[in-house]
Design a protein around this ligand. Sequence first.
Ligand SMILES: [Zn+2]
Length: 279
Amino acid sequence: MDIALLFFILVGVVLLNQNPHIKFEEINNPVPTSTPDSTPTPTPTPTPKPLTFAEMNSLYGPCVRVPTLMYHRVQSKEAAVANKQEKISVFTDVFKSQMEYLKGKGYNTITMNDLINFFDAGIPVPAKSVLLTFDDGYQDFYTDAYPILSGLGFKSTVFIPTGLIQNPGYLTWDEISGMNGSVLFANHTWSHKSVATGETVMQKEILTADNQLSDHGLNSPKIFAYPYGPDSVPAENYLNSLNYKAAFTTQIGNILCKKQRLSLPRVRVGNSPLSNYGF
Ligand SMILES: [Zn+2]
């Protein structure tokens, strides 16, 4: 009996000692996981390649290379920072250097009539021509940009939301009249609404501004810029019916083509030297 009891005790001790050992091994033998499936090879999408001048000319021509510089506010850095308008401002001293750079490099600022004469009568545009455009009719065009432009004899176009004129921070009709001639004031809707919207609003926005410009003797030639950029086919058709000769988007490009005259690209300029923009 004693031997049998001793046997059970021994077996029990052995089992007790082995159990933790077995568990320990189980923990330390990781179950191999299958090799993760390889992620499927993505289908490459082609990067849209800009058309060459020759390709654009055959599709939409005749075309001309006229970089159309797009500015919004021109004000001192201090004012831009204080007003939290740095993103839409070119600082006045930078703007002055940019304009002087264009002059020094022999660029001409042409007028919208020059562009229309190219489209409609094939009258060539001189090499090294640019168009200067300023959107939104801010007061700083009068105080900061215009003195620099007129000092250099530069022509420009200001796109005004006519309903906002006379508001604080915007041009006044008197200032506009005073600058009219070397500056073309053109349609940028009545209340600065995108015209990629319902037909009624689109027509009201364009027509109200058209009438207000005409009332101030300013609407010739008729030129338009799309607020916020987006164009729409109904807006183009409507502009065409009102005898608009050109309309500008915020699409990037510097080739202006007759068949795209109501959807023309521009070059958005910031606070870098114009040499960074290919000038
Ligand atoms: Zn605008």
